[in-house]
Write a protein that binds this ligand. Structure first.
Ligand code: PLP
Length: 389
């Protein structure tokens, strides 16, 4: 059980606003904000370099906290500035040649798909889409039929941006590994809202962001890499942190996953990300998951009861993302109408998940993503606002 009272005290804005956009960029709890602000203030006194040295151990502890959350070792984590950056740093480092195959899921996120198409054009590899099954999840039978020894990588989105399903990552990893393919899990929408354990899931790499379900600051993210890969892949871009300049025509890669990091970073944001992960570890990921899932299901059920409202979530297993449309209103108008009532939701356009949305004949959906700090009374208020629109 979560301590809702304490959590809401730590999230002052949740008292006055009905905030349903944690799938976009959540409300950080007060300790997260304080960590970032305190560090910025310190930088203003002693300068950024000295301020960072003073927090050297805390900075190292950020990786330890992330590793604890996802069942990894701190030495498997590279800190990044977004989920996309983390995803592409890994993706672009996989050697590809003409005829190699890249499998992506139908709910693939646009940034990932664009990167894959770019690499395919540059290398002669092919991007192929594994269809969704009738439940909306990745079709495991289709995946099995598509796999062969030319498949280098299977990209799976754990929880798609535009609707409430969670893909079966473990089953995908088991199948892909039978054919020697790597599995890259886009966990941008799952880390922080459900238990994500890399050892249990068996994935080779995972990318995530800080600002969504982890309630960390913007401009933060991370890459998990299984230890065998971090010492063998060469990232597409290097600096003096990811590599060492050792001679006129020579450089040496960092021996571990730090080869996927650049030296310059937003130290205040990274420290605050650590605070956010610790905050979640203190609540307990299972408690957080249960609270989020209860809220999302409650909202889905209530929305389904409204005339002219259609809920578009698929999947056997549901996430905290609730997507819907209203018959007589464009999704952007629903968003603006709700904003005027103090309710924050966002819109997921077709272009973010082009193939899935096209397949389902959807142009855009309204996305409501209640975190554990939202009360059921607030969800009732949101539904009532829509009922009396
Ligand atoms: C499923 C999914 N993957 C990747 C991303 C990209 O994350 P970032 O903006 O941190 O790069 C998003 C962002 O909404 C997402 O929903």
């Amino acid at each position: 059980m979560i301590d809702l009272e304490r959590i809401r005290r730590d999230t002052p804005a949740a008292e006055t606003a009905i905030f349903l956009d944690s799938a976009g960029s959540s409300l950080p709890p007060t300790p997260v904000v304080e960590t970032a602000v305190a560090h910025l203030r310190r930088e203003a006194v002693v300068g950024g370099y000295r301020a960072a040295i003073e927090r050297k151990h805390d900075l190292a502890a950020v990786k330890t906290s992330i590793a604890t959350l996802i069942g990894a070792q701190a030495s498997d984590i590279a800190l990044s500035d977004s989920a996309t950056r983390a995803w592409s740093d890994f993706f672009y480092s996989i050697p590809l040649t003409a005829g190699d195959r890249i499998l992506m899921c139908e709910v693939e996120y646009a940034s990932n798909a664009i990167a894959a198409l770019q690499r395919a054009a540059a290398t002669g590899a092919r991007v192929e889409i594994v269809p969704s099954d009738p439940t909306g999840q990745i079709d495991l039978l289709a995946l099995e039929a598509m796999l062969d020894e030319r498949v280098r990588i299977v990209s799976l989105v754990h929880a798609p941006t535009n609707g409430g399903l969670i893909n079966p990552a473990r089953a995908v990893a088991d199948l892909a590994h039978r054919f020697g393919a790597l599995v890259l899990l886009d966990a941008c929408q799952s880390v922080g809202q459900i238990r994500v354990d890399v050892a249990e899931l068996g994935v080779d790499a995972l990318s995530a962001t800080g600002r969504k379900w982890l309630r960390g600051p913007r401009g933060t993210g991370f890459l998990y890499l299984c230890p065998e890969l971090s010492a063998s892949l060469e990232p597409p871009a290097l600096d003096l942190h990811s590599a060492q300049w050792i001679g006129e025509s020579e450089y040496r890669l960092a021996p571990d996953v730090t080869r996927f990091e650049f030296w310059e970073c937003d130290v205040a944001a990274r420290l605050a990300l650590g605070t956010a992960v610790d905050y979640l570890l203190d609540i307990g990921i299972d408690n957080a998951e249960e609270a989020i899932s209860q809220r999302a299901e409650y909202l889905r059920t209530a929305l389904r009861g409204l005339d002219g409202v259609s809920v578009h979530d698929l999947g056997d297993r549901r996430s905290g993302i609730v997507s819907f449309t209203v018959d007589d209103l464009a999704p952007t108008d629903v968003r603006d109408f709700l904003a005027a009532k103090g309710v924050t939701v966002t819109v997921s356009p077709r272009s973010s998940t082009l193939l899935d949305m096209t397949h389902r004949k959807l142009d855009a959906v309204v996305r409501a993503s209640p975190h554990y700090f939202v009360t059921f009374a607030q969800l009732d208020e949101m539904v009532e606002a829509l009922r009396t629109r």
